[in-house]
Design a protein around this ligand. Structure first.
Ligand code: CAO
Length: 573
């Protein structure tokens, strides 16, 4: 039995790459070429295979360690032939693929030529007529599968923009365009296999890049055009390996798409085999990386009904698609609208589909009642206006909503069941006051959350609300910024209307709808023996879950809220 150090083989130009996954542990029996660890640079991830078969005796690296060629990964006790040749262990496994772009650059340096994909100092050369984009030198990769197509005909393509993603069993990489132009035709589709030199796409109005002048080994001074701007003769350029993207969290209420998921090739393959949508999984690995275990637990949660995939949520009977049979209702009417006039059909966005499914569940499952009331905010509005004048220079504008958040916290403290959630037969009373507010965005309704609103002043709440509403409109809210609410306010005050019936955001048990305040004549019995006086009245619509809250409590909640808004000093009591 011989102990063999398994080292990081030649991984091209990669220097000091981070270990992001350990795929084996001490005691495991490994085969030659079996992947041991995954390393990642900012451009690529790759699995490092074992140079020998045997039993893992010692791991020499930990998550987060930086390794390079020659670093010892682990010690293997080799058996049989491997042991016999232990004195001369198998050379680093050739299956480890360095990033082709870097390798190309290395080759170019070795041969003294500038890399065609050099990104700095490029000049553009116009091409006449259509240009063929070919699969560039992708190193050892042969017959690699196209797993993603990132562009479509008609798209304006930038130079080096990724066109497709290909994947072998050890790495995945994005193939960039050798030219800029408009995509006329894509010659590959998902599932095809490609090799160096294969025709990938045809661009029109293309321009290619050439490196800026560099001294050539022959002492020449001109630059050699990297990819000749000659139609159909563009020299293959190096591809850039890149599996990189921010991790996408699974958040059934509303989360904006954030690019490709962060996972190793084998994990992506595993997910594909199971039909698991990687983009909906929150990775538990280093830097949010999705692991095989994450896929397993996501699959278990879906099977147990604890989690819905976006596709499932979209298929829920939120609209005509569901049919209504689930509730024993007559089917949704199917109408050929085109019979009555011209129509345009547009798919709903992802957020609308998800929130639609959630709203339907909440509307159907909660025995909800709405109480309407009015609050006299004449004095509060005057205070708001003067506060804004005083703070004009700070750039923070206070709207009525910030006062409402504070007032609701006081009411929630007085009536704690409004700040609770149902859990089976039990009520969970929350000892924190996180207030969600509905924000109207181009993508649909989002509900960012002001955390610990009880501990914040109106100015701080206003500032946070402004920042969160901006992020919501830009589709940049993180799942954390949309979770944890104990109560929600939906304000249409800036738009108009009188009253409406907001839908409770489960598992919360109540929601407050607010509309535009109006100057109204209000009877004042004390004034001049009784007279109508003009007062600014704010219409309130409180929807509550009748399983948790009674009508009397709801009426008291609204009345108390009215008292606070009528005299905001009561917040201090
Ligand atoms: N009565 C009268 N005026 C009001 C008011 C009220 N209740 N509430 C706000 N306003 C005024 C503001 O003072 C502001 O006036 P100025 O422009 O003159 O200063 C104006 O209306 C616009 O306010 P706003 O909407 O920018 O700010 P906000 O704090 O009231 O609301 C936000 C912020 C993000 C909640 C809001 O922009 C929004 O998206 N509302 C829609 C929410 C929604 O769609 N709810 C429905 C959900 S159910 O489908």
């Amino acid at each position: 039995m011989a102990l063999i150090d398994v080292k990081v083989p030649d991984i091209g130009d990669f220097d000091e790459v981070a270990v992001i996954e350990l795929l084996v542990k001490v005691g495991d029996t490994v085969k030659a070429e079996q992947s041991l660890i995954t390393v990642e640079s900012d451009k690529a991830s790759m699995e490092i295979p074992s140079s020998t078969a045997g039993v893992v005796k010692e791991l020499k690296v930990a998550l987060g360690d930086k390794v390079k060629q020659g670093s010892v990964v682990l010690v293997v006790e080799a058996a049989g032939e491997a042991a016999a040749s232990a004195a001369a262990p198998v050379s680093p496994a050739p299956s480890v693929r360095a990033e082709p772009a870097l390798r190309q650059a290395q080759d170019d340096r070795d041969s003294g030529q500038a890399s065609p994909s050099t990104s700095s100092g490029q000049t553009e050369i116009a091409a006449s007529g259509p240009v063929q984009v070919l699969v560039p030198d992708i190193g050892d990769f042969k017959d690699v599968a196209v797993i993603e197509v990132l562009v479509k005909p008609g798209d304006k393509i930038a130079l080096e923009q990724s066109l497709i993603t290909v994947e072998s069993d050890k790495a995945s990489m994005e193939i960039p365009s050798s030219h800029a132009g408009v995509l006329k035709e894509l010659k590959v589709k998902v599932g095809d296999t490609v090799n160096i030199g294969d025709l990938l796409a045809i661009l029109e109005g293309a321009v290619a890049a050439s490196p800026s002048p560099q001294p050539s080994p022959q002492g020449g001074e001109g630059a050699k055009p990297a990819a000749p701007a000659v139609p159909a003769a563009a020299a293959p350029q190096a591809a850039s390996v890149s599996v990189v993207a921010a991790p996408a969290a699974h958040n059934p209420t509303a989360s904006a798409p954030v690019g490709l998921p962060h996972a190793s090739p084998s994990v992506r393959k595993f997910a594909r085999e199971l039909g698991v949508p990687l983009a909906e999984i929150k990775g538990s690995g280093l830097k949010g990386r999705i692991t095989a275990e994450d896929i397993q637990s996501f699959t278990k949660s879906v099977m147990a009904g604890a989690v819905q995939t976006v596709a499932q949520a979209a298929k829920a009977p939120a609209s005509s698609g569901g049919g209504g049979s689930e509730l024993g209702l007559i089917p949704w009417p199917k109408v050929d609208f085109a019979k009555f006039g011209p129509i345009e059909r547009k798919e709903m966005g992802r957020i609308k589909k998800i929130s639609g499914a959630n709203l339907l569940r909440n509307a159907v499952m909660i025995p909800a009642v709405t109480n309407f009331d009015d609050a006299d905010i004449t004095d509060l509005e005057a205070f708001r206006v003067s506060t804004n004048k005083e703070n004009e220079k700070s750039g923070v504008k206070v709207t009525m909503l910030a006062f409402l958040i504070k007032a609701c916290v006081a009411a929630l403290k007085k009536f704690p069941e409004f700040n609770s959630s149902l859990d089976g037969d039990a009520l969970v009373y929350k000892q924190f006051w996180h207030i969600g507010f509905a924000a109207d965005t181009p993508n649909g309704l989002m509900v960012p959350v002001i955390k610990d609103a009880d501990k914040k002043g109106v100015l701080q709440i206003s500032q946070e609300m402004g920042e969160l509403a901006k992020k919501a409109r830009e589709g940049k809210l993180s799942p954390a910024e949309m979770s944890g609410a104990t109560f929600t306010i939906s304000s249409l005050g800036g738009i108009g209307g009188r009253y409406f019936t907001p839908i409770i955001n489960a598992p919360e048990v109540a929601i407050l709808g607010v509309c535009k305040s109006n100057m109204e004549p209000v009877w004042d019995a004390n004034k001049d023996g009784g007279a109508f006086v003009p007062r600014l009245m704010l219409p309130l619509s409180l929807t509550w879950d009748h399983r948790v809250i009674d009508g009397a409590a709801a009426a008291r909640f609204n009345a108390y809220l009215g008292q606070i808004l009528g005299d905001f000093r009561r917040v201090l009591l």
